[in-house]
Ligand binder design. Structure first.
Ligand SMILES: Cc1cc2nc3c(=O)[nH]c(=O)nc-3n(C[C@H](O)[C@H](O)[C@H](O)COP(=O)(O)O)c2cc1C
Length: 352
């Protein structure tokens, strides 16, 4: 029998109004550190493996100003790691805004502080609202990922003593006799959430995790096998995580009705701004409907009774998914109900 298990994670509400671009069934101010810390402790106590934040520099306008208030994720991770003991905590950095030496040093520090519980999601950026505000140019899509590749190569050299000193010459960075000490005892896991072929190829070549967004659980199998095939071309293995939007109810109808309320109260302005930036900046979410983005920020919908939710997570696991970073309409309530009602089912079935 395989000892493969599904890792559980939370896609954390370190930004305001997560995860729905709506005024119904969200807790707008749940971004506070204290709230994040309580969720982290609850998730850790329940045996979750990962906490994963969102990195944003500006909101998307409208009534909600979706994600407009946010905690920066390297400093956020420092506090969360200090408050917890076992759970792994990611940070997310935008490549155009950080020098890889700075991130390598911060990462090595976090790895040493936490007993190697820190990981990094490297994002290339897509929102002209954010980058335009800062006067930082958003490169053309393919070039963005080329730069991200160079960034990760430098990080990895700085996290391996045996690769130092090193030189690096690319259009993006020039390094001479590069070194950094301490290196982490174990290289931190690197994730990328790119959806395009450029993004997936980069993930296949250099990352440990592909974080993906799929329109349905049925679509997960194809994405997993695509990522595995691309990774195999580099002789590598890459794990896949999805981020389900979990809406629980006493019945399927009750869960659907919660979802309908969220969609009925969607913030049209913020949704259109988000969609505009995503389409202009990435083009990878063309198959997602506006309602899907508004309700879950692009997370795959997992709706119904506890049993139905366990079924859908089990199906994703069977399709090859290695981790789920869960989101809930109201995180505290949602996590509590998940832990009470769904987790025992997943344990019984040997999924987690
Ligand atoms: C699970 C997940 C998490 C993401 N987190 C962030 C984030 O915190 N900040 C950000 O700017 N983009 C984030 N993204 C966007 C991706 O980095 C990427 O730009 C997007 O999926 C479009 O893919 P593409 O660039 O390959 O077209 C995330 C995407 C996913 C699926």
């Amino acid at each position: 029998m395989s000892d493969r298990k599904l890792s559980l994670g939370l896609f954390m509400p370190n930004c305001s109004n997560m995860p729905s671009i709506s005024t119904a069934n969200v807790v707008a101010d749940q971004w506070t550190f204290e709230h994040n810390k309580q969720l982290a402790l609850m998730a850790e106590a329940a045996g979750f493996n990962y906490l994963f934040p969102v990195s944003r520099w500006r909101g998307f306008g409208g009534e909600t100003n979706f994600l407009g208030t946010s905690l920066e994720t390297l400093t956020w991770a420092t506090g969360i790691l200090a408050a917890t003991q076992r759970i792994n905590v990611f940070s997310t950095v935008h490549v155009p805004l950080f020098h890889p030496f700075v991130v390598a040093k911060m990462g090595a520090t976090l790895a040493h502080m936490s007993g190697n519980r820190w990981g990094l999601n490297v994002v290339s950026g897509w929102s002209e609202r954010e980058f335009g505000m800062m006067g930082v140019p958003l490169e053309e899509h393919q070039r963005r990922y080329e730069k991200t590749g160079a960034f990760i190569e430098i990080l990895q050299n700085l996290w391996h003593a045996e690769r130092q000193p090193f030189n690096h010459d690319s259009e993006w960075y020039r390094v001479r006799d590069g070194e950094a000490s301490p290196v982490p005892d174990k290289p931190p896991e690197i994730a990328n959430a790119g959806s395009s072929a450029d993004g997936r190829n980069l993930t296949a070549r250099l990352c440990d995790w592909a974080f993906v967004s799929t329109p349905s659980i049925e679509a997960v199998g194809d994405v997993v096998s695509d990522i595995r095939t691309r990774a195999a071309q580099y002789g590598r293995k890459v794990k896949t995580a999805i981020f389900p939007f979990v809406v629980m109810g006493e019945s399927k109808q009750a869960a659907e009705s919660t979802l309908e309320q969220i969609i009925a109260a969607k913030d049209d302005v913020a949704t259109k701004n988000w969609l505009h930036d995503l389409t202009a900046g990435s083009g990878s979410f063309d198959t997602f409907t506006e309602n899907m983005l508004a309700s879950s920020g692009g997370g795959v919908h997992v709706l119904g009774t506890a049993d139905a939710i366990a079924d859908q997570l089990e199906a994703a696991f069977a399709a090859g998914v290695d981790a789920v970073m869960l989101t809930f309409p109201r995180y505290m309530e949602g996590l509590q109900t998940f832990n009470n009602d769904v987790l025992p089912l997943l344990k019984q079935r040997g999924v987690v």
